[in-house]
Design a protein around this ligand. Structure first.
Ligand code: BGC
Length: 775
């Protein structure tokens, strides 16, 4: 009982003895009254005196907090989940920030993830299931190259997060597609940091427009799942700056995420969450980040982390959080290894974010977002993300009313709408390809449907069956389906990167039989990541890549097949001829049999000295993706930026003009020269003059998607960039350097398909020296 309460009780007691000579029952009544009134008044006085979040300044709040309260805020609520009334709190999201009701600090809920909001579907007191919308996977969203659309989808995700009572969405995830076999590539955007950063900034702006926050993750260099919690990524300063940090830099500066999530892995020997250079010198001092950093979901008993080092590094919140971490903080202060100033800074940064949260604002969420409208948006997004990889002899669109389709492959009947792991979404009403084809009026060969429904394991379509179907159907559609996700990297084996023997034999037989009958074969790739295509692509007349397109999957596929929508998606990564053509393949845990999760506690199986498990050498440096293939002239199956359309586009002669403060504007006019409306992704690749640094032949420094251009219609695209945007990182000077000299601005339809070029001069070199270095 506080001092104020005692004063109040004394006051009532005096009043009582002065005024009344009570009987016993009366006495009891009066005493009860005294206590009730006393407590109520005390509570009121307490609330008036104790600073409240949002009303008092954060400084006042921090000085009113006990050490225990501060420590509680710095540690997530994994095993501390109590409601303010003392009942156990049922978590409905991956993470919880603890409430301190005395100070008006709310619980805050943090759900995953990049493809949509991931919450549990059941909640006490609510009799309906709480479903969320699965939008197209992140890779596919980036592949729309349409930043407004990315923001629109972000806003819809933010709205669902809000309407289901959440505060910070654990997305977007922006690690670089260093290698095609990273299990989580589907959650990430691209092999290119510019596309990555721009897409992330657009997604962040969208989500945050709804008043909920984002957590940009996993900062940084989390490029493999194998031993992801312990792996030490050994990367040069240049590759860090140009490839692995650049996307984060753009997203932080342009998107202003409320929070970041530090990665599990170490970078050059220091765990990301304990890395002060990364979290303070680079993130805050160089890039101006103003939010707070949370750890990735570290099970600290298996993977020891130094909480003092984490807080000192600038990692404010430890997730998912365990009681003993609170104790550790208190003990560290008692021992003098952690200062109150460090704690106060971390608390201040968290409170500055929480005061913006819906939970703080007491937002009355409905548990009823407009899922129908969001499904329509998911379809629109998927329509723009599908990539047309091949279309010989105008196989597509399917203009003629085909009587009958022979629909092969499990994915045709049961599509993978998204990847696996924390980024999964409990979605409902997934539209399959067979359903959507029938809805659109196509007739499907019935026995095939029954076979794929009945047989559960991979099987071969023999020559006989292929011929039979070629005789009674007009067209073959063959879906190849792959899935991957968190915890496990993919493998360079048949059934994953390669087709299985049965898939290859089936596709060969179908292709031969249908072609012999003068009929065509379309292959659909229902995958979250890159697979080998060079050896079999000749068997198909058309290849369509719908990725993992979210809840409206089948509709999006049929929109493209029928030409209701003209494809305008483009690849945000290179599809190599062979896996070993990818430079990082020599230093990636290919065909690794296990991982830290499935093998149990890491100490049993983790060997810090084992290549690609304990540590990974990023020996390829900056030569990631097209930067390598284009510069070294290595043939690819499908290049970065590639994607066909049902129409054709002409690019005018471009102009590059120097503007103020070292900026440039590159302009080109694009005209639809075909016969159907369509959108074009205009890509600007800059080639730098020769200098002492070896540089990629060209690098993406800008892009824009046209509006839908009617046949004959034109649009002028203006892309602005500046000297900093075209700089390279010189390790010798620890500086971003823009050389003087003649540069070329290439306007292109893919990195290998330059349509027009113009040169421009940088008159004076620019050097931006940095203090921080991570190696
Ligand atoms: C993943 C994060 C995710 C978190 C919470 C971690 O294992 O790496 O991406 O946000 O779990 O589910």
């Amino acid at each position: 009982m506080g001092e104020a309460t005692i004063i109040v009780l004394l006051h009532y007691a005096t009043f009582f003895s002065d005024c009344i000579q009570p009987t016993m029952p009366m006495k009891r009544f009066c005493l009860t009254l005294i206590l009730i009134l006393g407590f109520q008044t005390a509570a009121t006085l307490n609330a008036q005196q104790v600073p409240q979040l949002g009303k008092a300044s954060i400084e006042e709040l921090v000085s009113a907090m006990t050490l225990h309260e501060k420590a509680t805020l710095l540690v997530g609520g994994y095993d501390l989940g109590k409601n303010p009334d003392g009942t156990t709190r049922k978590k409905f999201a991956a993470g919880v920030s603890m409430a301190i009701p005395r100070l008006g600090i709310p619980f805050a809920n943090y759900p995953d993830g990049p493809q949509g909001v991931n919450i549990v579907t059941t909640r006490k007191g609510i009799d309906k299931k709480l479903y969320c919308t699965a939008f197209p996977i992140a890779t596919m969203m980036a592949g729309t190259w349409n930043l407004d659309l990315v923001s629109e989808v972000g806003a819809a995700m933010g709205n669902e997060a809000l309407e289901y009572g959440n505060d910070i969405l654990l997305a977007p995830a922006i690690n670089i597609h260093r290698n095609p076999l990273c299990g989580r590539n589907f959650e990430y955007y691209s092999e290119d940091p510019f596309v990555t950063g721009k897409t992330a900034a657009a997604a962040i702006r969208g989500v945050q427009s709804q008043g909920v926050g984002t957590s940009l993750k996993h900062f940084a260099v989390n490029s493999q799942e194998t031993f992801r919690r312990e792996n030490d990524a050994r990367v040069s300063n240049r590759a860090l700056r140009e490839i692995y940090l650049k996307g984060f830099e753009i997203a932080v500066k342009e998107g202003k995420p409320w929070t970041l999530m530090s990665a599990y892995n170490a970078i050059n020997g220091t765990t990301a969450s304990e890395n002060r250079v990364l979290l303070t010198d680079v993130l805050r001092n160089e890039w101006g980040f103003e939010g707070f950093v949370m750890t990735d979901w570290t099970t600290t008993s298996y993977f020891p982390r130094n909480i003092v080092a984490q807080i000192k590094a600038g990692n404010e919140q430890m997730m998912p959080g365990r009681q003993y971490q609170v104790d550790d903080i208190e003990a560290a202060v008692a021992k003098g290894t952690l200062s109150m100033a460090d704690i106060d800074l971390a608390v201040t940064r968290i409170l500055r974010v929480l005061v913006k949260s819906p939970s703080y604002k007491g937002y009355k969420y409905s548990n009823n977002p407009d899922l129908a409208a969001h499904a329509a948006l998911a379809r629109k997004a998927a329509d723009e993300g599908v990539v047309l990889l091949k279309n010989d002899r105008n196989t597509l669109p399917l203009k003629d009313p085909h009587k009958k389709i022979a629909l092969f492959g499990f994915g045709s009947y049961n599509i993978y709408q998204g990847g696996t792991g924390s980024g999964e979404v409990n979605t409902t009403g997934i539209v399959n390809i067979d359903t959507a084809l029938e809805e659109a009026g196509f007739e499907l060969q019935k026995d095939l449907a029954a076979t794929y429904d009945g047989v559960r394991i991979d099987f071969k379509i023999g020559e006989k069956l292929a011929k039979l179907r070629a005789s009674d159907c007009d067209l073959a559609i063959f879906t190849i389906r792959r899935n991957a996700g968190e915890l496990v990297d993919r493998r360079e084996i048949k059934g994953d990167f390669y087709l299985t023997n049965n898939e290859m034999a089936s596709l060969t037989n179908v292709s031969e039989a249908f072609h012999a009958a003068g009929k065509k074969v379309i292959v659909l790739l229902n995958t979250g990541g890159v697979i080998e295509t060079a050896s079999w692509k000749g068997l198909a007349d058309a290849i369509v890549l719908p990725w993992q397109p979210g809840v409206e999957a089948g509709h999006a596929v049929v929109d493209i097949l029928t030409g209701r929508v003209n494809p305008s998606g483009k690849l945000t990564m290179t599809w190599p001829v062979a896996y070993m053509d990818v430079p990082s393949s020599k230093n990636f845990p290919s065909n690794f049999e296990g991982n830290s999760w499935f093998k149990g506690p890491v100490r049993d199986s983790f060997d810090p000295n084992k290549r690609n498990e304990g540590y990974t050498e990023y020996e390829e440096g900056i030569w990631v993706g097209y930067r390598y293939f284009t510069t070294y002239g290595v043939p690819v199956s499908f290049p970065f930026g590639f994607g066909l359309s049902y129409t054709t586009f002409d690019y005018s002669k471009p102009v590059v003009k120097a503007g103020k403060k070292g900026s440039y504007t590159a302009s080109v006019t694009v005209t639809n020269t075909g016969s159907v409306p369509g959108k074009e992704v205009v890509q600007l690749y800059i080639a730098a003059p020769k200098s002492k640094l070896e540089k990629p032949a060209r690098e993406l420094k800008g892009y824009a998607k046209t509006k839908e251009l009617a046949p004959g219609e034109s649009q002028t695209i203006n892309i602005t960039f500046d000297a900093y945007g075209i700089a390279s990182f010189d390790e010798a000077q620890n500086a971003w350097v823009t050389d003087a000299g003649e540069y070329t601005a290439n306007f292109a339809s893919s990195v290998e398909d330059i349509r027009q070029s113009a040169s421009f001069k940088v008159k004076k070199p620019a050097v931006l020296k940095l203090k921080a270095t991570l190696r």
